[in-house]
Ligand binder design. Structure first.
Ligand code: NAP
Length: 303
């Protein structure tokens, strides 16, 4: 699974291939379920407005559903949908026995509270793993629908056999969807945890010095090429979560996707590193599909 660069010794952590492996595993399980007479798992997505990034993410999620044999439903609304109308749609999906899980693509327009919408989703259908019930269960070490991106990071570390026990992980960024949950997952008393974790953010003093003490660096900041060679200890494992669209006239799309790590500088120092694109991003979709399968099977919240 791992590949080595011809001139350096780092391993490229191939999230794209790992996500393909996971999707093949899910597709095999769906085939078994349907052969046994069950209907395939069904994921619904609510998309509000026309944000370019959100449109791409949701399109990719729906396509991924089709590829593993899931059913999928895309519900689109204009920016002017009221909070009450959106909450009514959430309630409809909560009560629809044909829907195993659903997501409300963020960000939402400013007049709609994302917290209110997330809390309205039934925890057993919250396949993004953002509901306080799922976050609370994760913190308590109970079975939970885990947030997809952090779960994808831990899955990559595990599938690449990267040692976590006793290692010092430095997570940069403390958002509810990436930085905070990944810091919790890495610290758990489980095979894929047992790190000593330092969670850094914009108020952290001397971030480069802290990063240099890390065995594992997770960058989830949203600032292109923020992590430079002077911040990374030789031999560290570097996980780049950042995906920022940077204008690029040479591209048909008009932009290039940039990570939070200066790959050219940092990769030669690292023992293993994720690229952008093709690292954490594809894993997020694979873990969303895995959550949907777990929801359909009633694995966390028995039906
Ligand atoms: P976010 O909510 O904007 O949070 C960014 C975090 O970075 C905050 O905690 C912030 O600190 C911290 N930060 C900002 N500037 C900093 C600095 N100079 N030094 C140290 N910390 C700094 O972002 P997010 O939603 O977590 O997303 C982060 C990145 O990951 C984005 O590029 C996003 O597109 C990407 N992402 C990718 C995936 C994927 O599937 N690959 C999924 C989700 C997100 P404060 O809390 O102090 O403000």
């Amino acid at each position: 699974m791992a590949t080595a660069d011809a001139t350096t010794s780092y391993r490229l952590i191939d999230g794209k291939q790992t996500a393909e492996d996971i999707k093949a595993e899910i597709a095999a399980e769906v085939a078994q379920l349907t052969a046994a007479g069950q209907r395939p798992p069904h994921l619904a997505a609510i998309l509000v407005g026309h944000d370019g990034g959100s449109e791409t993410y949701v399109r990719n999620k729906v396509l991924a559903c089709e590829r593993v044999g899931f059913g999928s439903t895309l519900l689109r609304y204009e920016d002017d949908i009221s909070e009450a109308e959106l909450l009514a749609q959430v309630e409809e999906l909560n009560n629809d026995p044909g829907i195993d899980g659903f997501i409300v693509q963020l960000p939402l327009p400013p007049h709609i509270s994302p917290e209110k919408v997330i809390e309205a989703i039934r925890p057993e259908k919250d396949v993004d793993g953002f509901h306080p019930m799922n976050i609370g269960r994760m913190v308590a070490g109970l079975p939970a629908l885990l947030p997809a991106t952090p779960a994808g990071i831990v899955e990559l570390l595990q599938r690449y056999g990267i040692k976590t026990s006793g290692q010092h992980a430095v997570v940069i960024g403390r958002s509810n969807i990436v930085g905070t949950p990944v810091s919790i997952l890495l610290a758990r008393n489980l095979e894929s945890g047992n790190c000593t974790v330092t969670l850094c953010h914009s108020r952290t003093k001397d971030l480069p010095a802290i990063c240099r003490t890390a065995d594992i660096v997770v960058a989830a900041i949203g600032r292109p090429e923020f992590v430079t060679a002077d911040m990374v200890r030789p031999g560290a494992v570097v996980i780049d979560v950042g995906t920022t669209r940077v204008a690029d006239a040479s591209k048909k799309s008009g932009f290039t996707l940039k990570g939070d790590v200066n790959f050219a500088e940092v990769a030669p120092l690292a023992s293993a590193i994720t690229p952008v694109p093709g690292g954490v991003g594809p894993m997020t979709i694979a873990m969303l599909l895995l959550n949907t399968l777990r929801a359909a099977k009633g694995e966390v919240y028995p039906k």
